[in-house]
Ligand binder design. Structure first.
Ligand code: HEC
Ligand code: HEC
Length: 229
């Protein structure tokens, strides 16, 4: 009973705090609203408006908006994990949601996505401990994300994309990012990557293929994988 009241008190203060930032958040959201899906706009208006961007409520946001937020990558798994790019990513990009892996976008997509995130950070910068990158840091971030970005497949060089395993691979692996180039990993590496992707699918509420289909996809990737390192 007493705990319930504490809970209510906590939620009330969260909401009050949320209202304070809502005004600031509304601007970047409005500015980018044109590029957001209408369903997402509703989420942003209802949920994000109140709590969006508050690092301390990252978990809550992740639960509410998991479908549109990065599912998160283990910081130790970041490529060049000790580089300044990786450090900046950890410093800035976990303020509102889980750590985004560079593989979520291709090199040509990142400038646009990073621009949208930067807009949010600039608006929130200085408020309640939020920090925004300066131009030099932004450049390092972009270089890092692009260097380790998702490499899209060159479909023309894979005629067997139009076979049942190829189609299973396409349908499954295009749900969140560009269809990956199988040459990004060796046959040995692919099973673990696909297993991690199943985790991402669960976190983002996407379709997870059954075991037989998963085996087909892994075999397709292994057949076309990079030569043993
Ligand atoms: C001020 C809060 C905030 C910060 C800081 C932030 N993000 Fe986001 N991010 C969001 C919100 C809100 C969404 C969901 C709506 C959207 O996609 O715009 C999102 C979604 C994403 C997505 C998934 C959507 C997509 O287009 O792929 C990626 C990737 C992403 N952020 C990357 C980053 C990176 C990289 C950084 C650091 C440079 C960062 N974010 C920092 C608020 C933030
Ligand atoms: C639910 C969304 C989602 C789906 C579906 C998805 N991925 Fe990913 N993928 C991600 C995210 C998020 C990242 C960045 C974080 C990470 O690396 O785990 C990523 C990164 C990657 C990377 C770059 C990182 C690395 O380890 O090389 C590859 C390659 C990749 N995905 C392959 C695939 C393949 C193959 C499939 C289909 C079996 C697939 N993805 C399906 C979300 C998804």
């Amino acid at each position: 009973m007493g705990e319930d009241i504490m809970q209510i008190g906590k939620w009330a203060s969260i909401l009050a705090l949320g209202t304070a930032v809502a005004t600031c958040l509304a601007a970047p959201i409005a500015a980018s609203a044109g590029e957001l899906a209408s369903s997402e706009r509703t989420i942003l208006a209802d949920g994000m408006g109140m709590m969006g961007g508050m690092g301390m409520h990252r978990n809550m946001m992740q639960q509410m908006m998991g479908g549109v937020l990065p599912p998160g990558i283990d910081p130790a798994r970041l490529p060049e994990s000790d580089s300044s790019g990786a450090h900046l990513l950890k410093q800035f990009c976990m303020q509102c949601h889980n750590l985004p892996g560079p593989g979520m976008h291709t090199a040509s997509e990142w400038p646009h996505v990073l621009g949208r995130m930067n807009m949010r950070m600039q608006m929130m910068g200085g408020m309640m401990g939020f920090v925004a990158p300066d131009p030099v840091q932004l450049k390092i971030l972009l270089g890092y994300l692009q260097r380790h970005a998702q490499k899209p497949i060159d479909a023309a060089t894979y005629p067997d994309l139009d076979t049942p395993p190829g189609r299973a691979f396409s349908t499954t692996c295009m749900q969140c990012h560009a269809l990956p180039d199988p040459k990004q990993h060796t046959a040995q590496e692919w099973p673990a990557v696909v297993a991690r992707m199943h985790g991402n699918m669960a976190a983002m509420g996407k379709n997870i293929p059954d075991e037989t289909t998963t085996d087909e996809i892994v075999e397709f990737l292994q057949r076309h994988g990079a030569a043993q390192k």
